[in-house]
Write a protein that binds this ligand. Structure first.
Ligand code: GLN
Length: 261
């Protein structure tokens, strides 16, 4: 009996030690510092061809242009990239509280966001477009005035429609918005161009309407916590190299053609 107590207490000590290691390890990760050998990227994997969930992705179950870029940035710096998937609206907060080191999410540089985070060199130019049914009479942004508009919550498309003073409904996911349109519950979805193209390719009976006079061009960049110059420099050096040597264009071509979702 005595022996059993002894064994049990040794086991308890071991368990406590392991627990402490685990807790200490976690604390380091929570600091979000990239002092380790990995860069923890936050994304919202609901935005093909930039990020989406798949069975066997470039990083774990994630793939897309941004995921390939994230991996390459880490590799260029002799580090590893990990992905933390969350709602788009939570990304900037996760960056600020150190849950992630960087955000790569097809995120458009806006003045408002630039007050909260620091942005890298932009790596992709996009614009908002309108997705409508093939037989729709919408030909420009003004035609949306008396239509049922759907946007994705927190995306720049929502801000554009707000600025136009049109009423709209916001959904959490692009796929939900597209289903509303496919099922005839709304007339138009306003969303980023490359993602719109993906949805139109994957769903019959839809088309894209562009209006460059109404929607300005947007630039995607990676966000880091304000003042994290060390990581920003690493990211910028890698991005600038990837722009120059054509890697980003290659990734874009590859994932635009890829048959996903
Ligand atoms: N480019 C848009 C934005 O920044 C949408 C990004 C996204 O959904 N990942 O709001």
């Amino acid at each position: 009996m005595k022996k059993l107590t002894k064994i049990l207490s040794i086991m308890l000590v071991i368990a406590m030690a392991v627990g402490c290691f685990a807790a200490c390890g976690k604390k380091e990760a929570d600091n979000g510092g990239s002092e380790g050998n990995s860069i923890k990227f936050g994304t919202n994997a609901e935005f093909p061809p930039f990020e989406y969930v798949t069975q066997d992705g470039t990083i774990g179950e994630f793939d897309g242009i941004d995921i390939a870029i994230a991996k390459q940035i880490a590799e260029e710096n002799g580090m590893e990239a990990t992905i933390d998937n969350m709602e788009f609206d939570s990304l900037i907060i996760a960056l600020q509280n150190g849950q992630v080191d960087a955000v790569i999410a097809g995120m458009t540089v806006t003045e408002e966001r630039a007050e909260a985070v620091d942005f890298s060199t932009p790596y992709y130019t996009a614009t908002q477009v309108m997705i409508v049914k093939e037989d729709s009479d919408i030909t420009c942004a003004e035609d949306m005035a008396d239509k049922k508009i759907v946007v994705i919550q927190g995306y720049t498309g929502e801000t554009c429609v707000q600025d136009m003073n049109y009423e709209y409904e916001a959904f959490k996911k692009g796929t939900e918005a597209i289903m509303e349109l496919v099922n005839g519950k709304c007339d138009v979805v306003v969303i980023d161009s490359a993602t719109a193209q993906k949805y139109v390719d994957d769903n019959e009976g839809l088309k894209i309407v562009e209006d460059p006079n109404a929607f300005e061009s947007e630039e995607y960049a990676i966000a880091v916590k304000k003042g994290n110059e060390e990581l920003l420099e690493k990211i910028n050096a890698a991005i600038e190299k990837m722009i120059e040597d054509g890697t980003i264009s290659e990734f874009a071509a590859k994932y635009v053609d890829a048959d996903v979702e």
